[in-house]
Design a binder for this molecule. Structure first.
Ligand code: SF4
Ligand code: SF4
Length: 450
């Protein structure tokens, strides 16, 4: 694609990077077929190619977007399916990140929207604040249908996503020693939303690692990875949160890896090297952190995990989170590991399409997010699985809000199958007999299929 930036504009490293990305696009349109927003509505301006044109125009002319342009870019899920499809290697992620930051600086959003975005940015990345907000959401949850009826769809979406049970206390910084001889040492990103909504994910991660001789460190000072605000274009806040993590992890000696259980966060941490490429004080350490970052399953496949005799052989619909499959290109490992441990893994048809979660997307764009969830839940339920597994808390929450099936993190099943406890979501569900033996699990499956 031809561009016409001036030399003065190209002196800005962010513009120079975006120009390089724009030039790589040959506007073939292959990416449109796998873009969830284009698949839903067929509008070229809600496709990757359409958005690329809008971003080019906005950046070249160095102007604020019109409300329409901002809306088309806001509707992008940052699912990155277009990057997997693109034959020309267009780095859409960095381009849309730049566009979002430009919009944030130049576009005056309506007051209500600005207020909502500010609340999300000031609450969700901070576990103690988020926990208090979830108590309020729990109390107000029955009002969701009323709010929906009077047109307050975003508030209604927020309440619907809040779990019915009370939030948990976030993990305190500490070190979890390995059981037996120490074979490795890792830092774990405890996360923000993850830790409050589903502490069982970190518990399962720590359990399976320490049982296999890996020491797990949750260092002081680490917190949100920055992706929640990064995707809202709030660059300053995202970089500040990333810096705190880089400082915290760099202070820990002898790390083999920095593990992330939420793939949306993992994609961002793996991009720290790029985010700090122009910051001389952080560039080197950020690059080191990015190299050490691994999704939990990427690390676990390197350990000699063995199925415990309790491995139940349940049918698992594996939902491949966009950030894991498109953002990090981790696709086979989770399914292979689950299968090795005795689960019957089924691929979800149209698995490249997003479930509509995408960070705060399901709050900010509730209609599209709901349609994508209905589509995803439909394809999952047709598989008649016993349980849904995914590697991202956003997907788990989003999908669970639309189905009666239990949805858990992949690492919860891995922990359970290797001698840890049964995931609480399954315990609360309807599998009490299936927990006891593989034979009972098989019987249970036959019962559900008859
Ligand atoms: S597939 Fe790649 S090169 Fe083709 S239009 Fe999409 S982004 Fe551009
Ligand atoms: S990131 Fe996803 S929603 Fe956005 S343009 Fe690419 S495929 Fe479409």
């Amino acid at each position: 694609m031809q561009t016409s930036f001036t030399l003065a504009q190209l002196a800005d490293p962010h513009i120079a990077e975006s120009e390089k990305i724009l030039r790589a696009c040959v506007h073939c349109g292959f990416c449109t077929a796998t873009c969830p927003t284009y698949v839903l509505d067929g509008n070229e301006l809600d496709s990757p190619r359409g958005r690329i044109y809008l971003i080019k125009d906005m950046l070249e002319n160095d102007r604020a977007p019109t409300p329409d342009v901002a809306e088309h870019i806001d509707r992008c899920l940052s699912c990155l399916a277009c990057m997997t499809t693109c034959p020309s290697g267009v780095h859409y992620m960095h381009l849309v990140d730049h566009a979002r930051a430009h919009i944030e600086h130049t576009f005056a959003r309506p007051l209500g929207e600005r207020a909502l975005r500010t609340v999300l940015a000031k609450v969700m990345p901070y576990p103690h604040r988020f926990r208090l907000a979830l108590y309020a959401a729990l109390a107000a949850k029955p009002l969701a249908p009323l709010l929906q009826a009077i047109g307050l769809k975003r508030l209604a979406a927020m309440l619907r996503l809040a779990p019915w049970r009370g939030p948990q206390r976030p993990c305190e910084p500490r070190t979890f020693p390995a059981t037996g001889a120490r074979k490795g040492r890792v830092a774990l990103l405890a996360g923000c939303v993850n830790d409050v909504l589903a502490p069982q994910i970190n518990a399962a991660t720590i359990g399976v690692l320490t049982r296999h001789g890996i020491e797990v460190v949750l260092p002081h000072g680490a917190g949100c990875c920055g992706s929640l605000v990064h995707h809202m274009g709030r660059e300053g806040e995202a970089l500040a949160q990333a810096r705190a993590n880089i400082d915290a992890w760099s202070a820990v000696e002898g790390l083999d890896a920095i593990l992330v259980t939420s793939s949306g966060c993992g994609t961002t941490v793996k991009d720290y090297g790029f985010m700090f490429r122009t910051d001389p004080a952080y560039a080197e350490r950020a690059g080191r952190v990015a190299k050490l970052a691994k999704d939990i399953v990427e690390y676990l496949v390197g350990l000699p995990l063995e199925a415990d005799r309790r491995a139940p052989g349940l049918v698992v619909a594996y939902h491949s989170a966009c950030s894991l499959q498109h953002g990090q290109r981790v696709t086979r490992q989770p399914k292979e590991l689950l299968a090795k441990l005795g689960f019957l893994v089924k691929d979800v048809p149209d698995g490249h399409l997003c479930c509509g979660s995408a960070g705060t997307y399901n709050i900010l764009q509730p209609d599209i997010a709901r349609r994508l969830r209905e589509r995803k839940v439909g394809t999952i339920e047709r598989l008649r699985p016993d349980v849904i597994a995914a590697g991202n808390i956003g997907c788990i929450t989003q999908i669970a809000a639309g189905t009666e099936l239990p949805a858990v993190h992949t690492v919860e099943l891995i922990d359970w199958a290797t001698g840890g406890s049964c995931p609480p979501t399954l315990r609360e569900y309807r599998l009490p007999t299936a927990l006891q033996s593989p034979a009972a699990a098989a019987e249970h499956r036959l019962g559900r299929r008859s």
